[in-house]
Design a protein around this ligand. Structure first.
Ligand code: SAH
Length: 192
């Protein structure tokens, strides 16, 4: 295993009713926005399959992975064990806002799922981040991105918005046919 590589999508265990993993190319961009060092503590709200959790666990000191779906918790655990990273991660079957309310020592906050609680999770999480900490929200729904931007502006942050459109090539006899993946919007901000 090359420790700092981005793990290919097809190396993850998957579970039918659990979304993810976040596509490899998107994970690479999220990693570049999070700017991790081995001193960081990351909270991953809505860890799903564990796609992003796995990338954080390779690079950070500690990760809290949170999901309300027990199958997501099991799948994330299985994926961490596959790569020998389970010791770095505290996996919690819990609603994101209540976890963020309780956890004190994080420096980076990833929100990949939030149910109806997006604004509260952003507000509580952003206020708890240390100066220089980062918050990242990935969204497949436009409203998640715009609500995130509004909330971050209200909190005095200066959000960055990136839309990522990835197409992958399928090699056919007559040439390479590109197939588009769902576009993802990444909203991020540094705590000022
Ligand atoms: N980034 C993940 C995929 C995230 S899918 C990966 O790479 O594998 C989004 C997840 O958010 C789902 O598993 C869903 O159960 C979870 N979720 C939605 N609302 C939540 C909330 N309020 N608290 C915790 N988890 C939540």
């Amino acid at each position: 295993m090359m420790f700092f590589d981005i793990t290919p999508d097809d190396e993850f265990y998957k579970c039918e009713n659990v979304p993810g993993p976040t596509k490899e190319e998107i994970r690479a961009l999220v990693i570049s926005k999070v700017c991790l060092t081995d001193e960081d503590v990351v909270v991953d709200v809505g860890c799903g399959t564990g796609g992003l959790t796995l990338e954080f666990a390779k690079r950070a000191r500690k990760v809290y992975s949170i999901d309300i779906n027990s199958d997501a918790i099991k799948t994330t655990r299985k994926n961490l064990e596959k790569f020998g990273l389970e010791n770095k991660v505290e996996i919690l079957e819990e609603e994101g806002l209540s976890a963020i309310d309780r956890i004190e020592d994080f420096t980076k906050l990833m929100i990949g799922g939030s149910g109806g609680n997006l604004k509260n999770i952003i507000e509580t999480g952003y206020l708890k981040l240390p100066v220089g900490g980062k918050i990242i929200i990935t969204s497949i729904v436009l409203e998640t991105a715009t609500e995130s931007v509004e909330m971050l502006k209200e909190l005095g942050a200066n959000p960055e918005v990136v839309n990522i459109n990835v197409s992958r090539g399928t090699i056919l006899d007559r040439g390479v046919m590109m197939k588009a993946l769902n576009p993802i919007t990444i909203v991020s901000a540094r705590k000022e």
